[in-house]
Write a protein that binds this ligand. Structure first.
Ligand code: B12
Ligand code: SF4
Length: 499
C-alpha cells in the first residue's frame, strides 16, 4: 500500500508549535495508511528530507498545509521541485491559503487536489478513492481541475469534533521530540498549542475563516479538551496552553466547564474571543476563568468607529464604546485584553481614509488610557476573497487584484501583504502606511508587550522612557531611536512570531 508524507512548511523563526494542521490529517489516516511527517520548522534542509522519503518510491501521496505568508515560501518552490522530479506523486494542499485561493494554485500545475476546509474526512476518502481506483468526484470538500475547469465539490456539514480520532502525539514524538514543541512563553516554560474547535459562528467580511466555514462552529466538549491537555501535561510536562481556536470562548457554558476542570492543574492559558460575546459573560464566569489560569485573551477589536465595524460586518453587537468599557471591565479580573485593530480600510476619498486612520490612533490612545495593560496589535487591512461581501466588492471596485500566478505570492511585496503590514491596497498612500507603522513603533516602545520574555526590566525601562516622551506629545514621525532599540533587542511582535 502506498504511503503518505505530510509536510508543515516553516511558519516561525523560533517559536514553532505542534503542527496541529497536519497532525489532524495524520490522525485521519492513522492505522489505515503508513505516514511520515516533515516539519519545516525543525529541519535545516526540509526539501532534502522530503526527497529522502520520496526516493524510497513508497510515498505516493504528499500533503502540504499552507497558511498565507511564510509557509508559502517553502510550499511554492518545494511543490514545483517535487512535481518536476517525482511527477507521479499526488500533491494535496490543505489549509487557509489553498482553500481561499484555489485557482492560482491549481493553475500552477504543481498541485493536484486542494482540500477545501476540514480534511478529516475528505483526505482519507480521497486516498481511498485513488488507491482503489474509484471516483473521487463525489467526495465533499475537494477542489481540483478537470480539463481547464476548476471543480469544487459540495461542502460537508461541520461534523462533531468529539468522535474525531485522537491526535497521534506519540507517533509525532518519533519524528520530532514533542518537548521541543512545548516552548517557553510568558505563559509558562512548556507551552502547548491546542485547537479545541473549528470555524466561527460570525461572518466578519475581512476574515479568512468566513469563506471556508460559512458561520459554522463545532467544538470538542470541555471534558475531552481537559483530558487531552492533562495527558500532555502528565506525559510531556506542559505547564501552559495557547488555544489556537479562531474563537475559543463562543460558549460560556463550555468555557466555565473547562475552567472548573483545569483549575486544579495550575496551568496558565490564553485564547481568542469576541468582545461582545465575552461582555455577556457573568462576573462569576470571568472570575473563575482567571482563577483557572486564563491570563490573557485576544480580541478582534478591529475599530473604534461604529461605521467601520458595520463595514467590516463585525456582526453581533460590538461598538466603540463597548470596546473601551470592556477593557476597563477586564481590569477588575486581572485578565489582560489583547486587542487587535485593523487600520487602512477603504473609503470613497483619500481624505476619508486619512480621517479613519487618525480616528483609530486616537481611539487606541483612549483604550490605553482606561486600561494601560491592554496589549495592542495593529494590522493593516489586507483583503480576503470573501466573494459577495460588500467590503470585497468595494475593494475590487478600487482596483485591488490578488496575484495572478503562484510565484507572485512569494515576491517580497506580496509577503508583506500576507503579514498584514503593507498590503498594497490602492487606497493607502505610502505616507499612510508610514503613519500606521510609526505609531505602532512608538506605541510598542511606550508599552512593550509582556509576551516578549527576553526584554528584561532594564531594557523595558529604557525604551519606555524614550518612547513615552514621544507618546505623550503624539510625536510619531521618524522614530528611528526606538526602531534601533527594537532591532538590536529583536523586539518580538506576537502577531508575526507567535502569540
Ligand atoms: C497556529 C497559527 C499560527 C502560528 C504558526 C503555527 C505553526 N504551524 O507553527 C503562527 C503564530 C506563527 C502564525 C502566524 C501567522 N498566521 Co496563523 N494561524 C495559526 C492558527 C491560530 C492555528 C492553525 C492551526 O493549527 N489550526 C488547527 C488545524 C487543525 O486547523 P486547520 O489548519 O484549519 O486544518 C484543517 C483544515 O484546514 C485542513 N487542512 C489544513 N492543512 C491541511 C493539509 C492537508 C494535506 C490536508 C489534506 C488538509 C489540511 O484539515 C485540517 C483538519 O480539518 C490559525 C487559525 C486557526 N484556528 O486555524 C491562524 C491562521 C491560519 N493564521 C493566519 C495568518 C494570516 C497568519 C500570518 C500569515 C499573518 C498574521 N500576521 O497573522 C502569520 C504569519 C507569520 C509567521 N511567521 O508565520 C490566518 C490565515 C488567514 C488567511 N488570510 O488565510 C489564520 C486563519 C488566522 C486568522 N483567523 O486570521 N499562525
Ligand atoms: S469573530 Fe473573529 S474568527 Fe469569527 S469571523 Fe469574525 S474575525 Fe473571523
Amino acid at each position: 500500500m502506498n504511503k503518505i508524507l505530510l509536510f508543515n512548511p516553516k511558519s516561525a523563526e523560533r517559536k514553532y508549535r505542534i503542527p496541529n494542521s497536519i497532525l489532524s490529517i495524520a490522525a485521519s489516516v492513522e492505522g489505515k495508511y503508513d505516514w511520515a511527517i516533515v516539519d519545516g520548522n525543525c529541519e535545516a534542509d526540509p526539501l532534502a528530507k522530503i526527497e529522502s522519503y520520496l526516493r524510497t518510491g513508497k510515498y505516493k501521496y504528499i500533503g502540504f498545509t499552507v497558511m498565507p505568508g511564510p509557509q508559502t515560501k517553502q510550499a511554492i518552490p518545494f511543490s514545483k521541485a517535487i512535481k518536476e522530479k517525482y511527477p507521479n506523486t499526488v500533491m494535496v494542499w490543505g489549509g487557509y491559503f489553498p482553500s481561499n485561493h484555489p485557482k492560482v494554485i491549481l493553475n500552477s500545475g504543481n498541485v493536484d487536489f486542494i482540500i477545501n476546509g476540514p480534511g478529516d474526512h475528505a483526505f482519507p476518502a480521497l486516498v481511498d478513492a485513488i488507491e482503489n481506483n474509484t471516483p473521487y468526484e463525489f467526495i465533499k470538500n475537494l477542489i481540483y481541475k478537470a480539463g481547464d475547469e476548476i471543480v469544487k465539490t459540495t461542502k460537508e456539514d461541520l461534523f462533531d469534533q468529539d468522535p474525531l480520532p485522537p491526535l497521534p502525539y506519540t507517533r509525532l514524538n518519533e519524528f520530532y521530540n514533542i518537548r521541543k514543541y512545548l516552548g517557553k512563553t510568558y505563559l509558562g516554560d512548556r507551552t502547548l498549542a491546542y485547537h479545541s474547535s473549528i470555524g466561527c459562528p460570525f461572518t466578519c467580511s475581512f476574515c479568512a475563516v468566513v469563506p471556508i466555514y460559512e458561520a459554522r462552529w463545532k467544538a470538542k466538549s470541555a471534558e475531552n479538551v481537559y483530558k487531552d491537555i492533562k495527558y500532555i501535561k502528565d506525559k510531556w510536562g506542559a505547564d501552559a496552553i495557547e488555544f489556537h481556536d479562531n474563537n475559543f470562548f463562543v460558549s460560556e457554558k463550555r468555557t466555565v466547564e473547562f475552567a472548573r476542570l483545569i483549575k486544579p492543574e495550575k496551568m496558565s492559558w490564553w485564547g481568542m474571543a469576541r468582545i461582545d460575546t465575552m461582555d455577556k459573560f457573568s462576573d462569576e464566569s470571568l472570575q473563575l476563568i482567571r482563577e483557572a489560569g486564563c491570563k490573557m485573551i485576544f480580541f478582534g477589536a478591529e475599530s473604534g468607529n461604529n461605521l467601520i465595524l458595520e463595514q467590516l460586518d463585525k456582526g453581533g453587537t460590538q461598538t466603540g464604546s463597548q470596546i473601551i468599557r470592556f477593557a476597563e471591565r477586564l481590569k477588575k479580573f486581572d485578565i489582560t485584553p489583547e486587542y487587535s485593530f485593523v487600520l487602512g480600510t477603504p473609503a470613497p476619498t483619500r481624505e476619508q481614509v486619512q480621517a479613519q486612520i487618525d480616528f483609530e490612533i486616537d481611539f487606541i490612545r483612549q483604550v490605553k488610557a482606561v486600561n494601560p495593560k491592554t496589549e495592542v496589535i495593529l494590522y493593516t487591512y489586507s483583503p480576503v476573497a470573501t466573494e459577495g461581501s460588500e467590503l470585497f466588492k468595494q475593494v475590487q471596485a478600487q482596483g485591488f487584484k490578488f496575484p495572478q500566478t503562484l510565484e507572485d505570492w512569494v515576491t517580497p511585496a506580496w509577503e508583506n501583504f500576507d503579514m498584514r503590514k503593507n498590503p498594497l491596497t490602492p487606497w493607502l498612500t505610502p505616507e499612510m502606511i508610514d503613519q500606521i507603522r510609526n505609531f505602532e513603533t512608538v506605541l510598542n516602545g511606550a508599552y512593550p508587550t509582556i509576551t516578549d520574555i527576553r526584554l528584561n526590566t532594564m531594557k523595558r525601562a529604557l525604551i519606555k522612557q524614550i518612547a513615552r516622551l514621544r507618546y505623550k506629545i503624539s510625536l510619531y514621525q521618524y522614530p528611528y531611536e526606538i526602531k534601533l532599540l527594537q532591532k538590536v533587542w529583536k523586539y518580538r511582535q506576537p502577531e508575526i512570531q507567535g502569540f
